[in-house]
Design a protein around this ligand. Structure first.
Ligand SMILES: [Zn+2]
Length: 141
């Protein structure tokens, strides 16, 4: 049983100014819900785009056509000729794998656009965003 006073440890800088406090996990769990109104709406940080995977796919590109950079959202009509050059981005890369599957997220409507690369064709599929399914999702800002 920790001593009551040890639930909170105040932190001071070298000049003795209070700069923060450390609290125990036990206390934090108890008070966290009541702190919500003091905290900014906390969105989970957006996952970074898997650019390394994309680079690998490009490096090992063995399809009989050039790397395709165009993306189109069939859900809201958002489109680009080169997703990597848009500023701000219209689409965010979410998946790139060496097998030729590349997924993007539409920054307008959050739909997921999946492109599958085959020897003789590219198929594209747009999956509209679903709130419940992607509750702990990435968002576009
Ligand atoms: Zn869209």
């Amino acid at each position: 049983m920790p001593d009551k006073d040890n639930n909170i440890t105040e932190l001071f800088d070298q000049k003795g100014n209070l700069i923060g406090a450390l609290i125990t996990a036990e206390l934090w769990t108890k008070i966290k819900p009541s702190l919500k109104e003091y905290l900014p709406n906390q969105e989970p940080p957006e996952k970074p785009e898997p650019m390394a995977d994309w680079e690998i796919l490009r490096d090992y590109w063995d399809f009989p056509y050039p790397v395709d950079m165009d993306v189109k959202c069939d859900h809201c009509g958002n489109q680009t000729d080169n997703w990597q050059e848009d500023e701000p981005r219209k689409f965010k890369l979410t998946v790139a794998n060496i097998g030729g599957l590349v997924s993007y997220k539409c920054c307008k409507c959050k739909s997921r656009i999946s492109k599958r690369h085959f020897k003789d064709e590219i198929t594209t599929e747009t999956t509209p965003y679903q709130e419940s399914k992607d509750a702990n999702k990435e968002a576009c800002y």
